[in-house]
Design a protein around this ligand. Structure first.
Ligand SMILES: Cc1cc2nc3c(=O)[nH]c(=O)nc-3n(C[C@H](O)[C@H](O)[C@H](O)COP(=O)(O)OP(=O)(O)OC[C@H]3O[C@@H](n4cnc5c(N)ncnc54)[C@H](O)[C@@H]3O)c2cc1C
Length: 379
């Protein structure tokens, strides 16, 4: 599996998927045929996570090919990401509590043999060992494999979900604080309280085309319990009425300025912010850092080609920049850095997020009802 780090390659991938594989997506999407056969899913998440292409662009392409009804499942999946993001934005303590718990657990488990065997792929479960190697080698796992992996981690290997979520963030090219943290919480049974996801032998066999045999799992474990409940913290995601000609910061979630809502606005200079491991709580693998830096370079080159004044700077240098806006980095390590350094910033929010996040107060089934409205608004 190759994820080439450029917008041109991402757009090629999108076009190829829409032309050739979108039609059968809802029928085939749950099958994990192995890393050499991924045509049944789009594999676009590493690009969408970094804003190389965005949800509306993907939905728009799909709707030019097929009607909403034929596309509904795919569109719903694309907007799951937007939903998870909004859900977390309304409950930011879920992320900060996660990092606090993670910090404690890292110490507790650093010499735990089950944990070491799991992260080294030395368990007695062949499928799990293969997935961990795939995660490290390809920096991607199929959605169903992520569910099985997380479920085995939590309920069969009996390891804390927080450490598994960290492992995913360290390696996944699409690692995203919202989709990942909430995905793991959902499998554990604390996102939708009392409802967990239990992987089972027959399900893994069926959806991997019988690639694995003799999978001994704990198929009866109860859901995990968390005493913490999170109430919504009301916030507005408003943009300034007049966007002045200041500098602009863009972070690793918005690496295609030319497709953002602000592409027509004038900015003095664009600073593309890179964030190496020194300023991250979760230290990313070398390959993931490299992928990010190539995407940043690709954005810089595209801006330079259009004669836009731009520069790549490390996050620690923001304090030396004056008079700027920032495209909103969303909850995660970059926003944490800004907050912990008391950098007060005027954020610019995407129109899609401003509209969609107001429907993230309840579950996804409620959010789904607003999808036609969201799409119509942007068409
Ligand atoms: C435990 C766990 C951890 C996860 N961690 C991440 C993560 O860190 N980053 C991430 O982007 N996704 C994460 N996901 C969601 C999902 O697995 C991936 O988005 C999907 O597998 C990406 O592959 P694709 O692009 O081929 O998806 P497709 O099936 O082709 O879907 C198209 C797009 O829809 C979105 N999407 C699809 N499924 C989901 C979903 N369940 N949740 C949110 N968005 C979705 C993605 O943007 C994806 O690119 C996680 C899921 C689980 C169960």
């Amino acid at each position: 599996m190759i994820f080439e780090a450029s917008r041109a390659k991402a757009v090629d991938k999108l076009n190829h998927f829409v032309e050739n594989n979108l039609l059968e997506y809802s029928k085939l999407r749950n099958f994990d045929f192995g890393p050499h056969n991924r045509s049944n899913i789009s594999c676009l998440s590493p690009y969408i996570t970094h804003g190389i292409i965005n949800e509306l662009e993907v939905i728009d392409k799909s709707l030019k090919k097929f009607s909403f009804v034929k596309n509904e499942k795919f569109i719903q999946e694309v907007l799951w990401r937007t939903y998870w993001k909004g859900w977390l934005e309304l409950r930011p303590n879920v992320w900060s509590d996660y990092l606090i718990e993670l910090n404690k657990l890292r110490n507790e488990f650093k010499d735990n043999q089950n944990y070491i065997d799991a992260i080294e792929g030395k368990t007695n479960l062949e499928c799990f060992n293969q997935w961990i190697n795939e995660l490290k080698k390809n920096n991607y796992l199929h959605n169903h494999a992520r569910m099985w992996f997380a479920s085995i981690w939590i309920f069969t290997l009996e390891l804390p979900w927080q450490l598994g979520a960290e492992l995913f963030m360290q390696h996944l090219y699409d690692g995203d604080p919202a989709s990942n943290t909430l995905g793991w919480r959902w499998v554990a049974g604390i996102q939708t309280q009392g409802k967990h996801y239990l992987a089972s032998e027959w399900n893994i066999q069926k959806f991997t085309n019988n690639r694995f045999q003799n999978i001994k799992l704990n198929e009866n474990a109860p859901p995990k319990i968390s005493e913490k409940t999170y109430t919504i913290i009301k916030q507005d995601f408003n943009n300034p009425q007049n966007i002045e000609e200041k500098n602009l910061l863009i972070f690793e979630n918005s690496l295609s300025f030319e497709i953002t809502d602000f592409k027509e606005n004038k900015f003095k200079k664009i600073y593309i912010i890179s964030n190496e491991n020194e300023n991250r709580s979760i230290k990313l693998s070398e390959k993931l850092l490299k992928f990010k830096s190539l995407l940043i370079e690709d954005q810089k080159q595209r801006l330079k080609d259009k004669s836009v004044d731009c520069e790549v700077v490390d996050i620690s240098e923001i304090k030396n920049i004056e008079n700027y806006y920032s495209l909103y980095p969303a909850i995660g390590e970059n926003l944490d850095y800004l907050n912990s350094n008391n950098l007060k910033i005027d954020f610019l929010y995407r129109n899609l997020d401003q509209l969609a996040w107001q429907y993230c107060n309840k579950g996804f089934f409620n959010f789904k009802n607003y999808i036609p409205k969201i799409i119509t608004n942007f068409n």
